[in-house]
Design a protein around this ligand. Structure first.
Ligand code: THU
Length: 128
C-alpha cells in the first residue's frame, strides 16, 4: 500500500497540468508484480487531456500487462493534497481490465488514504 502511494506521489511530480493546475499521480500494480506509473497530461484543446489513471493503464497494457491488483491515486492543486476519486471515463477503463475486487486507493499521503473496490465505485457497469 505505502510503496504504491509513494510511487504515485513521485509520478505526480511529472503532471503536465497548466490549464487546471490540478496535479495527479497514479501507480498501478500489475499481477506480474510490476508497477506502472502515470500522471495527467493536459492539452490546450482540453478534450485530448488524459488522466493519470488512464496514463498508467495505457502504459501497462501497451507493455503486455492486462491483469491488475490495485491502483494508488494522489493529487491536488499546487501545495495541497486531496484524495482524488477517479472520473467516470477512468472507471470504465478500469472495468475493461479489472475484476470488481480491484482496489482503488485514494490517498492524501502514505498514512492517510481510503480504499474502495472497483465494484463499489462502478456498480452495474457496462461490459460486452
Ligand atoms: N484528473 C486525473 O488525472 N485523475 C482523477 O482522478 C481526477 C482528474 C485530472 C484531469 C485533469 O487534468 C485534472 O485532473 C483536473 O480535472
Amino acid at each position: 500500500m505505502k510503496e504504491l502511494i509513494k510511487k504515485a506521489i513521485e509520478a505526480r511530480s511529472f503532471s503536465y497540468s497548466p490549464y487546471s493546475g490540478f496535479q495527479v499521480g497514479a501507480a498501478l500494480l500489475g499481477k506480474s508484480g510490476k508497477i506502472y506509473t502515470g500522471c495527467n497530461v493536459e492539452n490546450a484543446a482540453y478534450g485530448p487531456s488524459n488522466c493519470a489513471e488512464r496514463t498508467a493503464f495505457f502504459k501497462a497494457v501497451s507493455e503486455g500487462e492486462r491483469e491488475f491488483e490495485r491502483i494508488a491515486i494522489v493529487g491536488g492543486h499546487e501545495g495541497e493534497s486531496v484524495a482524488p476519486s477517479p472520473c467516470g471515463v477512468c472507471r470504465q477503463v478500469m472495468t475493461e481490465f479489472c475484476e470488481p475486487s480491484f482496489e482503488v486507493i485514494m490517498a492524501v499521503s502514505e498514512d492517510e488514504y481510503e480504499v474502495m473496490t472497483l465494484g463499489e465505485l462502478m456498480p452495474k457497469s457496462f461490459d460486452l
